[in-house]
Design a protein around this ligand. Sequence first.
Ligand SMILES: Nc1ncnc2c1ncn2[C@@H]1O[C@H](COP(=O)(O)OP(=O)(O)OP(=O)(O)O)[C@@H](O)[C@H]1O
Ligand SMILES: [Mg+2]
Length: 341
Amino acid sequence: MIDAFVEALPDPVLVIGQDQRIGAFNTPARALFPALASGQRVLPLVMRSPDVLDAVARLFAGGAVETVHLHERVPVERLFEVHVAPLQLQGAMHVVLTLHDLTDARRTEKMRVDFIANASHELRTPLASLLGFVETLQGAAKDDPKARDRFLVIMRDQGRRMARLIDDLLSLSQIERQEHVRPQTQVDFCEVVRQCIDALSPVAKEAHVRLEVDIPTRLPVLGDRDELIRVAENLIENAIKYGANDDGTETSVAISLAIKNGEARFAVRDHGAGISPDHLPRLTERFYRVDAGKSRAKGGTGLGLALVKHIVARHRGVLRIWSEPGKGAEFSVELPMEAGH
Ligand SMILES: Nc1ncnc2c1ncn2[C@@H]1O[C@H](COP(=O)(O)OP(=O)(O)OP(=O)(O)O)[C@@H](O)[C@H]1O
Ligand SMILES: [Mg+2]
């Protein structure tokens, strides 16, 4: 009876008898504690946490219901809240341990805190510089028109940087909010890519990057035009920014769009320094930059790829990143085609 009852509960549950023997447990508990799965029935040998064992002992000694924390480090780091409560069963005192997984909640909380810290930090730097120049203009440079003109240019750039950061943050939260709704309008992906290439051609020229373009005349997908522009713009801009040679010699970036396995595949390939494998998995995190100084110097905030990832997910597509240090990188996006194509 108690076995069936425990098995019906969704969280890991263990029922402990007087002699520290485990009377009953359910499948989630077995999945969590490998020793249980191999037949071990003595609590201290299954769960080594002194906090939990002490709470169990206190309850058997007549103590009250308690909640303690259990920190498991293998095979992966996890944090549980363990509810320790008494249970009279067939005339004998037992203790029920109910485990509640806090890992995800903690992780989300940490991400939220980090996010606010990062966003504030990114805003604070240009803001401090802006205020610094305002003070200089009010004081030392008051009657110096040359200095004033120079400072105003810097102040405008800092202001634009802050405006861009806020725009990106707002877009990110809007896209996240709509992520479960797949866009339903028909968009010509070729036109989107061509428009981005036109807009970025002067930047490429300045950086001595030759754009090698291979796109068909028309390729309809179901999508949100503005969002797809952000994807293409960001990937092409990154390839130019991070693919260009520092010494000013010419290099190339290949931009292609084609149908592959019934999907629209957009790819941007550069021949820059590439990205080492340990950075690859984190590249699409907000504010993550391999070299923050270099990115910031180029006006980047590290939100570009986070936006790309969420937009692609909303379009039910896939973002792939390939890179070998020294050989460049390729970012590709595969999107389902419009129905009927
Ligand atoms: N093609 C690339 N080659 C090498 N590194 C890249 C490439 N694309 C992106 N990265 C790395 O990934 C980081 C994150 O890219 P992301 O587009 O999110 O931010 P950003 O370009 O720095 O800023 P933003 O896109 O906001 O202007 C970059 O800072 C850079 O370190
Ligand atoms: Mg970028």
